[in-house]
Write a protein that binds this ligand. Structure first.
Ligand code: PPS
Length: 348
């Protein structure tokens, strides 16, 4: 405003202006100069927020609120339409560096949903079943299912049935011997009941849990050919993986601790994947209604996120005797598993 006194001197009738009108005139003159020097479109190239330009206010302002500024800048410079930022594709699809290979009903969805909050992780949303059911489709088909990633990001997927499929370790090793493997394990008895509860929702006329679990319940003979039982023989399945991968390349998440201390389990997962510990207890809250940890509302927008209704079902009631018999059955397998991985999961 240094020009204002000079202006007052140059204009002969300025002495007749009141202080207020002089001030008003100064502002108006500044505004006119500003518009001449910085027309509306050139301002738009510099600012991120939609601002009101000096000219063509209404049209531009309208257009600005609809398209991201970076696209607008492009249009102004090249006079060609450009896609909105949200539809631009970054990075490329890569084969996974890490796979959650099991176990079914262990908490695999929770681990994937929690780790993918990490900015350096991107994951395929659905189970691909590439290494067990779709292997004939080839690696390019598999790669096509992956999200685009930047070079700094890790691609992941989860298919829990891999852990118990005989051919899978060899096939994953053939893709890359460096693939990192994550196995979410849970007390095999609870896991079997969870598995049965899920099957029952799809097949209501299923025989009882006991009928399927035992060949002869009086004699305590367990039917190991029933999938819900077989999956829990972790030590046997792990033997098969160790033929192709060193133990150091397999990380075991405790399905139980994942519920009581999700941040602690996720810290270990991030360490295993060589990631900075970004997913912490700040990201979780315990939802009393669901009875499980859920993700807090992301800072940007959205709402708090719990896993869907199929995660955390009320289990079918199984009598104590049957549970005790199954505990006895699994005990030696569990002990062997603890020895193999060097960690006691305390399932007894
Ligand atoms: N945060 C959170 N929210 C909800 N559920 C959780 C969570 N953390 C672990 N779990 C446990 O995950 C169990 C389902 O495991 P999976 O996701 O591996 O199931 S599946 O194999 O993909 O069907 C599911 O099993 P059920 O309780 O038997 O339904 C849960 O106990």
């Amino acid at each position: 405003m240094a020009w204002a006194p000079l202006f007052a001197r140059l204009v002969p009738f300025s002495h007749r202006l009141t202080r207020t009108s002089l001030c008003f005139f100064s502002i108006f003159f500044t505004y006119v100069c500003y518009c001449v020097l910085f027309p509306a479109e050139s301002l738009m190239q510099k600012s991120v927020e939609p601002t009101t330009g000096c000219a063509h206010h209404h049209n531009h302002h309208h257009r600005q609120t609809k398209a991201p500024r970076i696209a607008e800048t492009h249009t102004v410079r090249n006079h060609t339409p450009s896609p909105p930022l949200s539809s631009m594709k970054f990075g490329n699809k890569k084969l996974p560096k890490a796979i959650i290979v099991g176990v079914k009903k262990g908490g695999t969805r929770a681990v994937l949903e929690f780790i993918r909050i990490h900015p350096d992780v991107r994951a395929a949303g659905t189970e691909t079943h590439f290494f067990d059911r779709n292997y004939d489709r080839g690696l390019e088909w598999y790669r096509g299912l992956m999200p685009r990633t930047l070079d700094s990001q890790i691609t992941m997927e989860k298919t829990p049935s891999y852990f118990v499929t005989k051919e899978t370790p060899q096939r994953i090793s053939a893709m890359s011997r460096d693939t990192r493997l994550i196995v979410v394990v849970r007390d095999p008895v609870t896991r079997a009941i969870s598995d049965y509860t899920q099957t029952l929702t799809k097949t209501p006329d299923l025989p009882s849990f006991q009928e399927l679990a035992f060949r002869n319940q009086t004699l305590g003979i367990v039917d190991t050919s029933w999938n819900a039982i077989r999956i829990g023989l972790y030590a046997l399945h792990l033997d098969n993986w160790l033929r192709f991968f060193p133990l150091a390349q397999i990380h075991f998440v405790s399905g139980e601790r994942l519920i009581t201390d999700p941040a602690g389990e996720l810290a270990r997962v991030q360490d295993f994947l060589g990631l900075k510990r970004i997913v912490t207890d700040k990201h979780f809250y315990f939802n009393r209604t669901k009875g499980f940890p859920c993700l807090k509302k992301p800072e940007s927008s959205g709402s708090p996120r719990c896993l869907g209704k199929s995660k955390g079902r009320t289990h079918v009631q199984i009598d104590r005797d049957a549970i005790e018999q199954l505990r006895d059955f699994y005990r030696p397998y569990n002990i062997r598993f603890y020895e193999m991985v060097g960690h006691d999961f305390k399932w007894d």
